[in-house]
Write a protein that binds this ligand. Sequence first.
Ligand code: GTQ
Ligand code: FE2
Length: 324
Amino acid sequence: MRADSQDPHLSALANAVDLDDLRRQLDPLDFMAGWNKQEPSLWREPRTDFKPVAWRWEAAKAGLDAAGRLIDAEQAERRNLFMVNPIAGNHYATLRTLVAAYQMLLPGEKARTHRHSPNALRLVLDVADDCYTVVDGVRIDMQPGDVLLTPGMSWHGHGNEGSAPGYWIDFLDVPLVQLLEPMFLDLWEGLQPVADNTRESPYVFSMASMQAQLAQASADEHGRMRIRLDAPSIPTTALFMQTLTGGEATTRLRSTENQIFAVVSGAGDSQIGEQSLSWSRGDVFVAPGWHAVQHRPTKDALLFCVSDLPVHEKLGFHRSRVEG
Ligand code: GTQ
Ligand code: FE2
């Protein structure tokens, strides 16, 4: 066997006459010299292309109602409107790790059961009776204000046997799973049979139970009246419910986490980095990592927050600071 040094290609490489020659020879070998790098790979502080933006529930509802006339749930698989952050090259994600969507199910419709490795959860907006989700064979009837979990790889489908359309907001860590690539999906034929029907579940957080917990809560280190939902079944995602008092601005806080806010009730505006966003019930707005966040409610409000904080914490990347 010939020694490597006798390979003419290697010999030419080792004897490159100048940096241009070296670069030309490294290129087909899929090597890039660090000194030729066009863009930095490190920077002093977090920076992101993702923008602080808001999506209006009024517009989403109008769009879903139109979709309700134009496509049935079976054809659509899920009748949902993803909230796509308007940055170049992005066609899906709401923030780097998370996606949110408004979803609607008409009376008599079923959204067939499936399961996937991404974790999902829903915040229920408007439902009448008999609109439900089925998680691992357990039927959970939806009520306005509910937070309902469907942990990764749990079977889930939705049904509406009531008299009015059901509307809710989905949150998923799909963009994180796409980034790390452990994506799995299984489809069920139709809706999984219901073995049990109960709201007594670690996957159900009712408005009443969250209100009760908030009533007992004291302000955190930053003066926030905020509870964290106990949701160990979705390890990538932290869920918070926060009460805001009309006229009282919150402390401006910066954190590496990516945060999606959904307005359960009330109205106001928020300063996210340089951007001012106004909001009212049902609206969704986002704070990409390291943007200073300050809420300025114009009336008493309830704000739901979905954050990738646990990912940052587990990996040792989390940092936060108060902005003056
Ligand atoms: O309801 O299972 O908005 O899998 C996006 C993906 C909803 C769901 C979405 C999903 C679902
Ligand atoms: Fe799903």
